[in-house]
Design a protein around this ligand. Structure first.
Ligand code: ATP
Length: 436
């Protein structure tokens, strides 16, 4: 099982989905770059989330807040004082670890069992704003996108004229100086989050919490993640974040064990209250029906783009024996990605580089290119090109062969079943539209 992580990491690198940042300088630990296909996959994940959370609902609006916010935000939110993990140092090899990540209390580096007392290590990245580096210019890179929604709550509510319950959604980078980044893109110091703060009447928060847990679980299965690989884990009271009344993780069974994929938290009115007190701005909501003014409660689903991407890749990764043209079998590696997520939707493959085929193949390509992310590949044998597309999850390959010149039809091959169907060029777009 653990090999799956290696196989996937190597596929991701080989095909330019994700690879180490700054590799020509030896790489930067825990930082990853996404190549052309990874970039498409990320855009598709973001779009699928945005479509579900914002576009298809009339009670959620979007926000893009800045990464660097006033340091006062982080004081009020409790992050300056309390956003920390327990850090211990191995007394033998002096490597540092997160205490709650140690297995059996043994040092993952040297196996020794004695550590320093844990100390609180604040996870926020600090920097300075402006040309003077002193205490007054300290600023932080946001460790979550959520605070943008709280700080801008009054403004967004006014301009969007939304009534409770309603949500504010944001996708953007967050930064945490994680003590032990690990497992490829699972835990990194720079990552992207998709978060939504759903503001509700106090008293309806528990119901909305359950609703959002279910909706978010459905989002993953709707995008093809195998349900048996997902489970819900409610937090124990002693592990709740400083702002939460309740929290449930959606966990995925990674090759290294069950771990958090997404967190849903009931943040109560903690953040709005703290920002009201600290800024002096009245962030209460005015209910026109009851003429009451109060601080709404907040239910928050929060997931990382990178972590979701890892799950979609791991879950889609398949190696199977497939029949060859010569009557034997061969190993076929393919990504069974949901069509909405697949980086390339259609690959147009002329049977060969023969100059008679090229104009028709280009014509077919130009037909599909405005509608979907497409690839045109005429290098190497057709079997090899199918395998290259399978490996990155392209749902359809369209082959232009010599018969095409006579019958004006192409062969459409489907990724999972490998079935092939002859389709007239005139009907190709309709045919693909029905399946994509
Ligand atoms: P942990 O306890 O594992 O450090 P957390 O419970 O603090 O994580 P949340 O604050 O709930 O994490 O973050 C919400 C989501 O953001 C996570 O479910 C995950 O998908 C993503 N996320 C958080 N930290 C990281 C990270 N360092 N790298 C990648 N994704 C992250």
């Amino acid at each position: 099982m653990a090999d799956l992580m290696d196989d996937l990491t190597s596929l991701a690198k080989r095909r330019g989905i994700a690879f180490q940042s700054s590799e020509i300088y030896g790489g930067l630990r825990s930082a990853w770059d996404y190549g052309p296909l990874g970039t498409e996959l990320r855009r598709n994940i973001r779009n699928a989330w945005w479509r579900d959370i914002v576009q298809l609902r009339d009670d959620v609006v979007g926000l893009e807040a800045s990464v660097i916010m006033s340091p006062k935000v982080w004081e009020a939110s409790g992050h300056v004082g309390g956003f920390s993990d327990p850090l211990v140092e191995c007394r033998s090899c002096h490597q540092r670890f997160r205490e709650d990540h140690l297995n059996d209390g043994a040092c993952p580096n040297c196996g020794n069992h004695t550590f320093t007392e844990p100390r609180h290590f604040n996870l926020m990245f600090q920097t300075h704003m402006g040309p003077v580096e002193d205490d007054a210019s300290v600023a932080y890179l946001r460790p979550e996108t959520a605070q943008g929604m709280f700080v801008d709550f009054g403004l967004v509510q006014t301009v969007s004229r939304k009534k409770l319950p309603f949500g504010i959604a944001q996708i953007g980078k967050s930064f945490r100086n994680e003590i032990t980044p690990s497992n490829f893109i699972f835990r990194t110091r720079e990552f992207e989050q998709m978060e939504m703060e759903y503001f509700v009447h106090p008293g309806t928060d528990e119901e909305w919490f359950d609703t959002w847990v279910q909706l978010r679980l459905d989002w993953f299965t709707g995008l093809g993640v195998r349900p048996e690989k997902l489970r819900l884990r409610p937090h124990e009271p002693d592990e709740l974040a400083h702002y939460a009344k309740a929290a449930t993780d959606i966990e995925y069974e990674f090759p290294f064990g069950w771990a958090e994929l997404e967190g849903i938290a009931n943040r109560t009115d903690f953040d709005l209250r703290r920002h009201s007190e600290s800024s002096g701005e009245d962030l209460r909501y005015f209910d026109q029906e009851t003429e009451e003014r109060f601080l709404p409660y907040v239910v928050e689903p929060a997931v990382g783009v990178d972590r979701a991407l890892l799950v979609f890749l791991l879950d889609a990764y398949r190696v199977e024996e497939a029949p060859t043209a010569k009557g034997g079998t061969e190993k076929r590696t393919y990504l069974r990605l949901h069509k909405d997520l697949a980086p390339t939707k259609v690959a147009v493959l002329p049977l060969s580089r023969n100059e008679q085929l090229t104009p028709t193949a280009r014509e077919v390509f130009e037909l599909v290119q405005p509608r979907w992310m497409c690839d045109f590949d005429d290098a190497g044998s057709i079997g090899r090109r199918y395998r290259r597309q399978d490996e990155v999850g392209t749902p359809f390959c369209v082959t232009v062969d010599f018969d095409t010149l006579d019958d004006r039809a192409v062969t459409v091959r489907e990724r999972d079943s490998m079935t092939q169907q002859r389709v007239p060029i005139a009907k190709l777009v309709d045919h693909l539209q029905g399946a994509l």
